[in-house]
Write a protein that binds this ligand. Sequence first.
Ligand code: UPG
Length: 522
Amino acid sequence: MAGEEHQQHSSHYGHHFLVVAYGMQGHVNPARALAHRLAKLSDVVGGCPILATLSVHVAAHRRMFPAQLDPDAAGEEDEEEASDGVISYVPHSDSFDDGSLPRTPEDWARRRRASRESLSAMLARFAGGGRPVTCVVCTLLVPAAVDAATRHGVPFAVYWIQPATVLAAAYHYFHGYGETVAAADPAHEVSLPGLRRPLRVRDFPSYLVDTTGSPLARSVVGMFRELFESVDRWRPKVLVNTFDELEAGVLSEMKRHLDVFAVGPMVAGAGGGSGSSGASNDEGRIHLYRHDDADRKRYMEWLGAQPESSVVYVSFGSIATHTLQQMEEVVQGLLQAGRPYLLAARSWHGLEDDGARRVLDNAAQSSGGRGTVVDWCDQPEVLAHPAVGCFVSHCGWNSTLEAVAAGVPLVGVPSLFDQPTNTYLVVEEWGVGVRGERDGEGVLAATELARCVELVMGQGTKATAIRERVKALREMAQQAARAGGPAERNLEDFVNSVGDSFRPVGISVAEKTDESRTCSSE
Ligand SMILES: O=c1ccn([C@@H]2O[C@H](COP(=O)(O)OP(=O)(O)O[C@H]3O[C@H](CO)[C@@H](O)[C@H](O)[C@H]3O)[C@@H](O)[C@H]2O)c(=O)[nH]1
């Protein structure tokens, strides 16, 4: 961005944050929570209005607002904008607009080009319409957001929606440790700066140690490499969805390299932030999958009839896939564990498939009423229910934080991405759960699942220690997220510092910026 003209930012000016997220539930949830908290900071940061807009691809936007988007207008300039009264929602087009997950690097590149053009047009529209974007907040896997921001000379920030430990592993991988990690024997450990102990290769984010050459892993690693190149070049602020008590050492080490702000936990049920009722992010939930009042009533009533801390809640997030054999083992494991269970099976793709249907029917019927199967539920609400005593999870970062915030012990069964590292944190750093070990075929066997459930829900000393530890972490999460607490203060510091180090080019976006950003308090 040579020859740029410095655009002075200060807390006297209102901001407009455009938060761009990949359109899947595990990215939309923390992105939306951040957008809400930014908008609510208006009251804290000098009374200046702060606008926040969330942009996801068209397919996810349609799922969020099925009644509002005109399918014929998708990707065009007159796409409908939605609002929930606190933030706005404007979709961008990846040219496919069908929600399919790109698999190859070429497919990612094609969609990136389309998304970049769509987001660029959006920035120009906002500027022309008197709401210039003053900072683009890019979550993971959306390089088009960085492209569009830098093209328009708008500052961007990175929102790291995974733990700081994963940020550190990825950062150091791309800053001198890549070869060491690649050369490490899978059975061995690698020491990275800031981590209290060496990380076993199996505990690394999967894409950094992938040896299969999977196109998805190659795509992801390529995007992270580029993200860190952008970070080195532009030195953006980096928001991390974590809090000090969880990852103090690694956070302080990362602050030596990057301008890091710990703004988590961004989960429903953990504190509130300014302007909230205090119970949670009070934006409620937007589900990308079918979830209606009748569904909710059914499982909440069922939960209400179960004894305290008796239920095993099982969900592997929103995108994982499983073989039929794995599904069967999980169901058999739950039956062997002999406790009530609630199984959210959305991630078991192919539910229409006969085999999958049979397994799920079996899960519902063989338990003699002790088990309940749903496609999708309101997970934070389920985790907060007193009947829930354990969460069998793939340890996606949102699920992990939600469990911690609710004080529910975990049985971690990681598959890919950051999940192995998250499980390592759960088991070895925080002691709030155990890991379900897969057999030589990569399958979590029924007996292993039943053993793990007993380990965290039984009366043994390990179970007791795990339960005490997770309750202590819950308190810390609540403290971090309380109104006026560290998460809010760090977010406020971030808002006040946006633009400090970034010099946007004075183009059409900036031209409008001066007059419309001036706040009455100036
Ligand atoms: O029945 C369900 C199941 C899930 N959820 C919600 O869906 C989200 C799932 O997020 P997460 O637990 O992070 O899992 P994934 O959907 O698998 O998320 C992807 O994105 C995360 C953030 O980058 C990564 O940590 C994961 O590894 C990656 O798979 C959570 O907020 C859950 O509360 C529900 O509300 N109801």
